[in-house]
Design a protein around this ligand. Structure first.
Ligand code: ADP
Ligand code: MG
Length: 709
């Protein structure tokens, strides 16, 4: 028997008293009272995230304010808030609530607020001393997410300056930093030698086994997905009772693996094929970020008697969420990570080998309640040659554009000497300044412009925000708002696994594209949004057209929220207004050019395009694009993002005319590194700026036009 249906058993809420943290409740409450900074560390699953905020609440430490807890991942913020609201016997959104990008589930009554670190960073913009909070807990600091790292620096700066810290507050803010195990001394030193509270935890031994299935050259998803399925089934049939946790990299892999597992588990004969007679079935549960939350809840519930649970998860199950009862780990050895790709000069989600410390963390998940086993599907050679010792902090491997703009808006002018826990390379800071300058968010002196102040209000990537603001200034925001919303939610197009269904889905999608008139991927998004919105039965319309209704529903809500932000800004007297006399299709694409001129490519030969950003990468249009196979008719295009496999693909593409970007392209080469590195450090004098301007004017005369390339 295999199962993937819902069942109902209530988790035992009283089990919180058995968690390792429970013994230390009073000491922890006192430690937070006594210190403005405190580092708390303990094994994952010891109860830090779910319990500590409740302890502080019980001790009355919220005073007149809130207890805010940040998480790097939105799913963790949502599921943990759900759990804690149950434990505190209140409905979600009342005393306990959460806020993640585009989803605010809090009310006036909320005192324990879980949120993403990005949300708190945005709140700091509006209220630098966080006057609404009594305690801020930065959770999962060991994950070293970019936003948590920046929050650490900002809170250190605020609290170490007594003037700033008390301004606008009646009682001083308390900051607790929670981390699984790593680097607590480093955190304490960074925070001025604050105390570290260690929750002693008991863990059981986990034996880890390598396999020779995956070697240094086997990085194909289909290869390791097949292998984890095989190993998980072997574990199921040959190991004693206990649940299985499989680590893969993302949604589509996880769904594929679950389908394969389900199919194969069906044919197991439990009379002969299974070692442990108590095991009578396998319950297969996926776990990834964009999954509906009611499905996510299921993974925490104990399986029915005799049934073994097998959770197939992304890295979220490594530290953010703890699933009880796991005895076996199947580790693919890979993770999806946002990395700056210097070959193309952009951030790209890539599948990469995990670090050795990450592998140990994954294995540790099998030893929480008894001895466990970890099956690594990769070889010892893979471990030695491909896996780094530690995961590089996000701040040292991704684009800093958005956070640098945030820092500048908070008055942190010297972004090089900002207190970073780990300093990013200077070239990444310069790169961010360059992009901000190119989209007019800062001026030549590194000061935030009026446009920059408007841009920072939107939780969107800078290029998209720039395009949206351009559209708004021309009075055509109705064209861009839906597009920005659609690009902010998960993929909306369903791609069925069955080849026949796939063909039908492709046909339907193509039809939607044709109906969109001037056909490109951006208008396609607009058209899907508008058609569905106008439909009397939107969910049926989606089903018929192979569109994810849930994703579209989120897009509707995101569009409303973006519109609210925009309306608020448009009411300001300084909101820019311009005029345009062209047709609507041209207007739409010109607005896109204003934001995406850094992502321009020109067709060179056949189906190959060449990017214009100085990297000159050779790129191809992705097969999912409405323009795929029409390359011969195209010349200049802009694109939303890149996908790097054996080739570099551009996705969400739109044809443009060279004329529309001709005046913008020189901006890509206008600023030089020396200039920006000075801007990053100090105020610059007018004479210096004048010198650069003359130097560049001379340079541009010798460069010729981009059309000649
Ligand atoms: P830590 O933060 O120290 O890693 P947590 O507070 O996340 O620990 O977990 C403590 C316990 O709470 C674990 O046993 C975990 O399984 C349980 N738990 C956490 N979230 C949920 C949930 N949404 N539903 C049921 N149990 C949960
Ligand atoms: Mg935790």
């Amino acid at each position: 028997m295999s199962k993937r249906t819902k069942w109902d058993t209530k988790g035992d809420l009283d089990e919180s008293k058995n968690l390792p943290i429970y013994q230390h409740k009073a000491t922890l409450q006192q430690a937070v009272k006594d210190n403005s900074f405190l580092v708390v560390t303990g094994e994952t699953g010891s109860g830090k995230t779910t319990q500590l905020p409740q302890y502080l609440h019980q001790a009355g430490l919220w005073g007149n304010g809130k207890i805010g807890i940040t998480q790097p991942r939105r799913v963790a913020a949502i599921t943990v808030a759900q759990r804690v609201s149950q434990e505190m016997h209140c409905s979600l959104g009342r005393e306990v609530g959460y806020q993640v990008r585009f989803d605010d589930c809090t009310t006036q009554d909320t005192v324990v607020k879980y949120m993403t670190d990005g949300c708190l960073l945005r709140e700091i913009l509006a209220d630098p001393v966080l006057s609404q909070y009594s305690v801020v807990i930065l959770d999962e600091a060991h994950e070293r997410s970019l936003n948590t790292d920046i929050l650490l620096g900002l809170l250190k700066q605020t609290l170490s300056s007594p003037d700033k810290a008390s301004k606008g507050r009646s009682v001083p803010l308390k900051v607790v930093v929670m981390s699984a195990t790593l680097e607590t001394d480093k955190l304490s030193v960074f925070l001025g030698g604050c105390p570290v509270f260690t929750i002693p935890g008991r863990t059981f031994p986990v034996t880890s086994k390598f396999s020779c299935a995956i070697g240094p050259k086997d990085t194909e998803s289909s290869v390791y997905v097949k292998e984890v399925v095989k190993v998980a089934l072997d574990v199921h049939t040959s190991e004693m009772a206990g649940d299985i946790l499989v680590f893969l990299t993302g949604q589509s892999e996880i769904e594929k693996a679950c389908d394969m597992l389900y199919e194969k588990a069906e044919s197991i004969d439990y009379r002969y094929d299974v070692q442990d007679r108590k095991v009578e079935g396998l319950l297969i549960l996926p776990l990834y970020g964009s999954m509906p939350t009611d499905q996510q809840k299921q993974i925490f519930q104990p399986p029915p008697p005799g049934i073994r649970k097998c959770v197939v998860a992304t890295n979220i199950a490594a530290t953010s969420l703890t699933i009880n009862g796991i005895k076996y780990i199947v580790d693919s050895g890979f993770v999806k990570q946002l990395n700056h790709n210097s070959r193309v000069g952009m951030d790209i989600l890539e599948v990469v080998p995990i670090s050795k410390s990450e592998a140990l963390q994954r294995a540790g998940r099998a030893g929480r309640t008894s001895a466990g086993k970890c099956f690594r599907i990769y070889s010892q050679e893979f471990w030695e040659k491909c896996m780094p010792e530690y995961t590089v902090p996000e701040i040292q491997r991704t684009s800093l554009t958005t956070v640098i703009l945030t820092l500048k808006c908070l008055g942190v002018h010297d972004v090089i000497r900002f207190p970073y826990l780990d300093r990013p390379e200077e070239r990444f800071i310069i790169e961010a300044l360059k992009q901000l300058y190119q989209c007019d968010a800062i001026d030549r002196r590194g000061k935030v412009t009026r446009l920059g102040e408007l841009m920072v209000q939107f939780p969107l990537p800078p290029g998209l925000t720039r395009a949206l603001l351009q559209a708004a200034s021309l009075g055509c925001e109705d064209l861009l708002l839906p597009v920005a919303a659609m690009l902010s939610v998960e993929n909306i197009f369903i791609r069925p696994g069955h080849p026949e269904k796939q063909k039908e889905a492709d046909k339907k999608h193509r039809q939607l594209g044709v109906q969109a008139g001037s056909c490109n991927d951006f208008t396609m998004l607009l058209s899907v949004f508008e058609k569905c919105k106008a439909s009397d039965a939107p969910s049926a319309w989606c089903k018929d057209n192979y569109i994810h209704w849930r994703a579209l529903k989120s897009a509707f809500s995101v569009e409303t929220q973006l519109r609210e932000i925009l309306l608020r800004l448009q009411n300001r007297r300084d909101f820019p207004m311009e005029k345009f006399d062209g047709n609507k299709s041209e207007l739409f694409r010109r607005c896109l050019c204003t934001g995406y001129f850094t992502n321009v490519a020109r067709r060179s030969v056949g189906k190959v395009f060449c990017t214009m950003d100085g990297h000159g990468s050779m790129v191809h249009i992705h097969p999912s694009s409405t323009l795929f196979d029409q390359e011969a008719q195209l010349d200049w295009v802009i694109f939303h993002d890149l996908l790097v496999t054996s080739r570099i693909y551009i996705r969400t593409v739109c044809p443009i005319r060279y004329d529309w970007v001709k005046d913008l392209l020189p901006k890509l080469h206008e600023v030089d590194v020396y200039e920006l590195s000075s801007v990053a450090r100090e105020e610059v004098t007018d004479e210096e700026v004048a010198k650069w301007v003359t130097k560049e004017a001379a340079k541009r005369q010798t460069e010729g036009s981009a059309e000649d390339l």
